[in-house]
Design a protein around this ligand. Structure first.
Ligand SMILES: Nc1nc2c(ncn2[C@@H]2O[C@H](COP(=O)(O)OP(=O)(O)OP(=O)(O)O)[C@@H](O)[C@H]2O)c(=O)[nH]1
Length: 311
């Protein structure tokens, strides 16, 4: 038995117990002095450093943690610069502790950590504890929640909330750059018949395929395809004038027709579209685009469907 038995359990003395405890933690822990030099690391700290290609010298005692952060910060790594600033504040007693979340992705996986810097209890002003805690599970869950809050679950396109935020940004960008912003509103024709004849699940599949067509036309960072409502879709096109937007709308219309989704002999899924283009102006709100595209769409429906109308 390696340790003397205490009350039936085998325990090491206190110092050995604490050392073993620190080496059993998943959290990476280091103790630094006032200059930022590492005077202690636990096993998780060393193991992580070695597994991630850090030379054992910079992963362990004797290396200067603050110096490494400072150097990376001045080399242009803004996260390291922010970490260095927080640690310096704690070392100077200007803040009680510092928490900092940062990405640390490996080639194989996404990872995030939280770094905490705080004075060592019972030894204020001389020694400080740096800990790195893996928060990847929480970050992935947050990413997932954010994705779900911004996308339509059926088609994967942006939802209205995402669209409204995006449109507002593009509108403000358009005011600054005086460049045109276009919006195309699409609505499937006689989709109720499709649903009634083939069933809701087939209707869903049809919406998914239409969404894929729209997504393929939203290739630039200033473009966004949105599922606006049930069978209503939209395509926001940054820095695009009316003529170009109308051509894109017509190309989408053709592609959807070419999907050949028939629900009755000689009756296939088609789409009507309303196009609008404006140079954003601070006297108006971005909802002007949606209103005008909606009016043009109404015109396309009135004129016989399966066509593009411009505002
Ligand atoms: N399968 C499916 N159907 C949907 C969904 N959202 C809306 N719909 C259906 O879309 C249909 C829309 O019908 P209407 O508004 O009458 O329009 P329409 O039949 O396309 O006629 P027009 O727009 O005038 O050409 C309704 O039957 C809705 O139930 C959805 O998520 N899945």
């Amino acid at each position: 038995m390696p340790f003397p038995a205490v009350g039936g359990a085998a325990l090491p003395d206190q110092a050995a117990l604490h050392a073993l405890l620190l080496d059993s933690l998943e959290e990476q822990i280091a103790v630094i002095d006032r200059e930022g030099t590492i005077v202690y690391v636990n096993l998780a700290w060393t193991t992580f450093g070695l597994e991630n290609g850090l030379a054992s010298a910079s992963a362990g005692t004797g290396s200067n943690y603050l110096g490494v952060c400072n150097m990376s910060g001045s080399g242009g790594d803004s996260l390291a610069g922010e970490a260095a600033e927080g640690i310096r504040d704690v070392l100077a007693g200007e803040r009680a502790s510092f928490h900092f979340e940062y990405p640390c992705h490996s080639p194989a996986e996404k990872r995030w950590f939280m770094m905490r810097a705080a004075p060592l209890q019972g030894d204020p002003g001389n020694l400080f504890v740096i800990s790195h805690h893996n928060i990847t599970q929480r970050k992935l869950a947050e990413e997932q929640v954010e994705y779900l809050s911004l996308h339509d679950p059926l088609t994967g396109l942006a939802n209205r909330r995402h669209f409204n935020q995006f449109l507002n940004n593009e509108w403000r960008r358009g005011i600054r750059s005086r460049s045109p912003l276009s919006f195309v509103m699409f609505d499937l024709d006689h989709f109720k018949d499709y649903n009634d004849e083939l069933g809701h699940l087939a209707g869903d599949q049809c919406l998914v395929r239409v969404g894929q067509v729209l997504q393929a036309f939203a290739g630039r960072p200033s473009d966004l395809a949105v599922r606006y409502g049930g069978e209503e879709f939209g395509l926001l096109l940054g820095s695009t004038g009316l003529e170009a937007a109308a051509k894109i709308a017509e190309a989408v219309r053709q592609k959807i027709e070419e999907l050949d989704m028939y629900h009755r002999e000689a009756k296939r899924i088609t789409v009507s579209a309303g196009v609008v283009s404006v140079i954003p102006d601070s006297q108006q709100t971005e909802m002007l685009l949606v209103r005008e595209a909606d009016k043009a769409l109404y015109l396309a429906k009135q004129q016989g469907r399966n066509q593009v109308a411009c505002a």
